[in-house]
Design a protein around this ligand. Structure first.
Ligand code: GDP
Length: 311
């Protein structure tokens, strides 16, 4: 090597950043749209490895490469903000939210640009102190008079010491890329947790659990606590046939009832919608068997819920 300037840079490997990012906000502000755009694909991902920690990873975005440095953004699952439940369960849930948020690296607090209501305020109240919280003013494309945003922004800055203010449209790719660039310096310098191509390397088995999970939560609305999980018991390939057996694991008998529905109606629908989507994704015929089981060994959580009078 003849270029002197190169010797120093060769000695220090380029920094790799990796960290946890949470996306929060009241329903309908565009959180899932933003997550999908950030991750760059429709189906979210959960890793078996990630589930052994406190967090469920719903999406991974890797920018750059090991050689050049770059960043890996791990998006974590945060339970939705529940409005239909009793105050007791809300309090339990809020604690869960705060638990998740207290050890992520960045929180993206999403609102609709120019609006801030009681529902938004309830979510903002959950932000742990000292955590970098970005104000994501989404649906900028729907704001007719941009000039009105200035006083709104000033008001927002008085509500919380936001680390960054990012007006954007989750539906505009350039905006989403810009957001990644703003988040990047907030992630700790540490090796990536996942392979660079973690997202493209998903197994069909894994895909099956994700699709069932997606249907489960979509068809139960916010009746079902997010701690419910899907376990694949059997995954067999016979030519272009997949035989899949899965168990939906819930915490309580009442949750089991929610999943099963009247006369088994809901479970049937979860199964048939999941099967149809899996057939499309795998380009194969799918036989899907679904079971619902109440998890044992959750005594602590049960006691916790009961202490708030929730049965
Ligand atoms: P979530 O409940 O917070 O996850 O919200 P969703 O991602 O489901 O979005 C709620 C609605 O807002 C959907 O109809 C989206 O298409 C719409 N939406 C999301 N982002 C934008 C945006 O940037 N601009 C506009 N105009 N609509 C958006």
């Amino acid at each position: 090597m003849t270029d002197e300037a190169d010797t120093s840079s060769a000695a220090a490997p380029p920094p790799q950043r990796c960290g946890l990012v949470a996306i929060v906000g009241r329903p309908n502000v565009g959180k899932s749209t933003l997550l999908n755009a950030l991750v760059g694909q429709k189906v979210s991902i959960t890793s078996a490895k990630a589930q052994t920690t406190r967090h469920r990873i719903t999406g991974i975005r890797t920018v750059g490469s090991v050689e050049e440095g770059g960043a890996q953004f791990l998006f974590v699952d945060t339970p939705g903000f529940q409005t239909k439940h009793s105050a007791a369960l809300n309090r339990t849930l809020n604690r869960t939210v705060q638990g998740v948020l207290s050890d992520v690296d960045v929180v993206l607090f999403v609102v609709e640009a120019g609006r801030f209501g009681l529902d938004d305020a309830k979510v903002l109240a959950l932000m742990p102190p000292g955590k970098p919280v970005f104000l994501i003013a989404n649906k900028l494309d729907a704001v007719l008079r941009r000039a009105d945003l200035a006083p709104w922004l000033k008001g927002m800055q008085e509500r919380h010491a936001f680390a960054e203010f990012v007006p954007l449209s989750a539906k505009k790719d350039a905006d989403v890329q810009r957001l990644l660039g703003i988040v990047q310096p907030y992630l700790p310098v540490q090796p990536w947790f996942y392979e660079q191509d973690a997202l493209t390397d998903r197994s069909e088995r894994f895909l099956a659990s994700e699709i069932i999970r997606e249907k489960l939560f979509r068809l139960t609305g916010d009746e079902l606590p997010y701690t419910s999980t899907v376990v694949i018991d059997k995954f067999e390939e016979e030519g272009d046939l997949r035989r899949i057996a899965a168990t939906i694991v819930v915490e309580r008998d009442s949750h089991k009832g929610i999943v099963i529905g009247n006369g088994g109606e809901r479970l049937k629908r979860i199964g048939s919608e999941a099967r149809q989507e899996l057939e499309k994704l795998m380009d194969a015929k799918v036989f899907l068997e679904l079971w619902v089981k109440v998890r044992s060994g959750w005594a602590d959580d049960e006691a916790h819920l009961r202490s708030y009078g929730y049965e």
